[in-house]
Design a protein around this ligand. Sequence first.
Ligand code: ADP
Ligand code: MG
Length: 327
Amino acid sequence: MSERIVGSEVNRQEREQEAQLRPQNFSEFIGQNNVVDNIDLMVKSALVRKTAMDHVLLSGPPGLGKTSLAMLIAKALGTELHVVSGPAIEKKGDLAAVLTNLKPRDVLFIDEIHRMHITVEEILYSAMEDFRLDILIGQGASARTMQIDLAQFTLIGATTRSGLLSNPLRDRFTAHLNFDYYGPEMLSVIVLNNSRKMGIDLGEEAKMQIAQRSRGTPRIANRILRRVRDFALVNKKSVVGIDEVKAALKLLDIDDLGLDSMDRKILSVMKNYYQGGPVGIDALSATLGEDKQTIEEVYEPFLLKQGLILRTPRGRVLSESAMKHLS
Ligand SMILES: Nc1ncnc2c1ncn2[C@@H]1O[C@H](COP(=O)(O)OP(=O)(O)O)[C@@H](O)[C@H]1O
Ligand SMILES: [Mg+2]
């Protein structure tokens, strides 16, 4: 079975390896200039005002640097970062415990915030707005609200689908910053930096090849780099060249456009089962046997960005260039 190169799941081993490759300061955080400029200003303002930074929502496909940026923000503010995953918080009380533990100006990072349970989410409203928890105690006629003051904190929400956030939650973020896929120039800088961190001597051509085939995504570039390193180690090569990169890409089943097997499966199902479309997301997900959300959040954005799929009012349509790519 071939390794899933695009999927949003990150296993423990990869998390540990990723930690070593995370940018340690803003100068190591490459690209996303608009996002970084906004953050830079907000951080500096918070430091001058000596208060918590404004709440910020980071959105964009997986692997583009949302978690890395949140870590850099907390570091720049000189405060502690508390990390939770939205869907993992099951009860209001769990989130309340996290919130009451925050110290002034701390940063709370909620990953996949669009997947938080709505009942849990509701306690964030007053927490974000007034730094206060409103907790309902008891039931019926004897019910009353208890209020708990919280430290002034910063909420950083990360989401792959900002459109799925409820309006009350979205409105409470002062800044909405969007991550976009990286171009090959930016990615080649990231690839070079990370190859050095991994102790790989990477040739120029090899570097460019990885940058072009990483689906615009630093996390995928890191995955390719790891495989490339394996090839170089096993073949006792001191400098990694284009041959090692090609071998790694072949093993990972990544094609010329940087598409992996699932990307291609989506395109070929659209072509062979639906005559190029239009096809709705439900039908597509059923035919592929792949979760609808994963298709929409992980695969489709890149295929749309590359102009391989087009969205029409009647559904998704395969573009001419996709047809060409498949044949
Ligand atoms: N702007 C960037 N500059 C340098 N490396 C980056 C950047 N964005 C992401 N990376 C690399 O990609 C990896 C995954 O990024 P991460 O922040 O976990 O993405 P996300 O949280 O958006 O899924 C990081 O460990 C880092 O090595
Ligand atoms: Mg993340």
